[in-house]
Each structure stands twice: as structure tokens, then as C-alpha cells.
Design a protein. Structure first.
Length: 371
């Protein structure tokens, strides 16, 4: 499990690697404008991105706040004091005069249709014309709200919004949170394979000779020793593709070097003598031999616990089957079979090996002398 500082360091490294624009940075939180790549990873907007790809417009990415210390963030950004502000009276839409502005007038009597209503011409006086909507710049009826322009919202809803406040999503980055799991998935998907070169600066400004680089294939393996208990191990192993030399703890060895994804100037990579499929076989064979040399007393103990548990289950279901009614025997036998399968899966010792990620690393050949 990761603590808050480890989560913060991991998220910041991800944002920097994705070239996100950091707008506000604090130990308790960070506000960033996501890059297009990070926006695709973290925000599910397939229709928007398909529109961007079809039209070629400049994408507008989202701005997010990632909170690493919720308590400190709440202290720094307290909620507004008081309750919600009650909305003022709104102008009523046409045909709903008086709504939200005071008591509603009593409806006209059925015997006296309203003036200007369709089908009631007798209600108009001599020389009068049916009432219609007043022009935009003309006089307004008494008690009507001030004009707000000839807009759809103004005509049909009685108001025109003058400003918009963009909402910035806020996520608490705790271990197991949905947003942190999204970042884990994005890193796993994009970081399963890398190819990096050690950064090289020539000793002389106008150097004409080139420096040979050798290649290493490194794989990080996850080994799980599982039964009714589980133990996990990480093995980082590298193989030199020119000589076949193996090196354990490769991640610790390479992490202290300055790496770049581009081939530096005045550098060339020596040809490989071992193909990648053959190198993978060498690594797997080496790891298999290493695991075979382990003390597997834990597996023998798990087998003993498995036999004891199976005897206990058999004793219980044998007595239950003997006393069961004929129409109930099939159901009890099915339960017995399912329980046996569950116990064998839970207690049976097994070793599971999976590759987490891998990469090709090119370093100066002179480093061979330090092995």
C-alpha cells in the first residue's frame, strides 16, 4: 500500500511525463490542465475526441484538481459560510404573467373571454385591434421586467446568462480511489515496453569520433508463491544482447543513470548477437532455475493442510449424504463437488510468474568493465 507522499510523487511524475500544464501546486493538492494524451487516458470522452480527429480542430482539454491531503485541502479551501442564496424573482415566460413575481391573478370568467382571445371578436371595442407582442424597442407593459435583448433565452425564459463559471473536477488521490486506479492503468498500458539511451555528453566540443553503445534487454518479473497464503516477489533481470551476460537487480542499476528516448549525438549501437526471442528464453530459464533452488517447504505444508481440509469436508458430507432423502441427494452431491473444488484451488500450492514490463536499454560499452 502506498502512503500519501508516495502517491503524490507518483502522480506528479505522471503529470510531468504527460507534459500537463501545472496551474497551481501545493503539497496537499495540484491543479493541472491536462495534455491531450492525459485527457484521453483519464476522461471518458470518445465522442469529443472523435470529433476532434474528424475536424482537426485544436482540442480543449479539461482542468482537474488532484487532492493528496483532504484535511489540509479543506482547511485551505473552506466552503462558503451560510446556506444557499435564495433566488430572486424571475420574469415569467409569455403566457405565464405573474409567475414568481407575486400572487397570481384570478382567471377570467368562462362567460367573459379574455380580450384578444381567438374566437372572441365581440370582446373588442370599436376600432380596437387584437393585442400582439410588443416590439423589442417599443414601450413595455406596466410591471414587466426590463428588456434583455432579442435572444432565445430572453424571450422564452425571461433571463439571459451573462457569465459562465467553469467547474473544475476535484478528486481525492487515496490508495484504491478510482482516479488513481485510472492513472495506474494508463501507466501500465504505456510503460509496458520502453527503449532508452543513456545520455552522453562528449568530452570535446568538436568531437568527430563515435562512442559504441551496447544493448540490454531487461524484464521485471512478478513471482507469486500462492496457496492459502501468498507471497509476492519482484525480480528485475537484464541480459546483454552482445555477450549474453545476465544481471540481477537491473532496475536499481539502471535507475541511477540519466536516460533519454533519443539516440545521442556521436553514438552508435553495436549490432546484437542474440535475438530478442532467444534472450527472453534465456531470462525465463534463468528465473526458473532460480525458483527451483528455493526451499519449497511452504508447498509441502500447504499439501498437508489441503489433505486435512479435504478429510474434514468428506467426513461432513458423507454423514450428510447417508441421512439425506433421495430427492435431496443430487443437490447435496453438487454442493460437495463445488466445495472440494474450492478447497483444492485455495490450498493447492502453485508458483505464478508474470512479466510486469520490459525494455531495451543502450549504455556505453565501457561500462562493461564495472561488472
Amino acid at each position: 500500500m502506498m502512503n500519501a507522499e508516495q502517491i503524490r510523487s507518483f502522480v506528479m511524475r505522471y503529470l510531468e511525463a504527460e507534459q500537463c500544464e501545472i496551474q497551481e501546486k501545493h503539497p496537499a493538492y495540484v491543479t493541472v490542465k491536462l495534455s491531450p494524451s492525459a485527457d484521453r487516458d483519464l476522461n471518458h470522452r470518445p465522442y469529443y475526441w472523435s470529433f476532434v480527429e474528424r475536424t482537426g480542430v485544436t482540442p480543449e482539454t479539461m482542468t482537474c484538481t488532484f487532492v493528496f491531503d483532504p484535511e489540509t485541502y479543506r482547511e485551505l479551501n473552506p466552503p462558503p459560510q451560510g446556506g444557499p442564496v435564495a433566488p430572486g424573482p424571475m420574469a415569467a415566460p409569455p403566457g405565464m404573467a405573474g409567475a414568481g413575481a407575486g400572487p397570481v391573478a384570478a382567471p377570467p370568467s368562462a362567460a367573459a373571454p379574455a380580450a384578444g382571445a381567438a374566437g372572441a371578436p365581440d370582446a373588442l371595442g370599436p376600432g380596437q385591434a387584437p393585442a400582439g407582442p410588443a416590439p423589442a424597442g417599443g414601450p413595455q407593459p406596466p410591471g414587466s421586467p426590463p428588456p434583455q435583448g432579442d435572444s432565445i433565452l430572453g424571450r422564452y425564459f425571461g433571463f439571459v446568462p451573462t457569465s459562465f463559471v467553469a467547474r473544475v473536477p476535484r478528486d481525492e488521490m487515496t490508495y484504491g480511489s478510482r482516479r488513481l486506479e485510472q492513472i495506474f492503468g494508463a501507466v501500465r498500458g504505456k510503460g509496458r515496453f520502453v527503449r532508452l539511451f543513456e545520455h552522453y555528453v562528449p568530452d570535446q566540443p568538436k568531437m568527430t569520433s563515435t562512442v559504441p553503445y551496447e544493448s540490454w534487454l531487461a524484464v521485471n518479473y512478478k513471482v507469486e508463491l500462492a496457496c492459502d497464503m501468498k507471497r509476492s516477489e519482484i525480480h528485475s533481470i537484464g541480459i546483454q544482447l552482445q555477450t549474453g551476460q545476465l544481471r540481477e537487480g537491473f532496475h536499481e542499476w539502471i535507475s541511477g543513470r540519466r536516460m533519454t528516448p533519443r539516440l545521442p549525438a556521436h553514438v552508435y549501437v553495436t549490432p546484437d548477437k542474440i535475438t530478442l526471442p532467444r534472450a527472453v528464453l534465456f531470462l525465463e530459464q534463468y528465473l526458473e532455475e532460480k525458483l527451483a533452488a528455493y526451499d519449497h517447504g511452504w508447498a509441502r505444508e500447504a499439501q498437508l493442510r489441503l489433505r486435512e481440509e479435504l478429510e474434514r469436508i468428506r467426513g461432513y458430507y458423507d454423514s450428510l449424504l447417508q441421512a439425506a432423502e433421495p430427492d435431496k441427494r443430487a443437490e447435496i452431491e453438487a454442493q460437495y463437488t463445488n466445495r472440494i473444488n474450492e478447497i483444492e484451488w485455495q490450498y493447492h500450492p502453485r508458483v505464478h510468474v508474470s512479466a510486469i514490463n520490459c525494455g531495451l536499454f543502450h549504455v556505453p560499452a565501457a561500462n562493461r568493465a564495472s561488472f
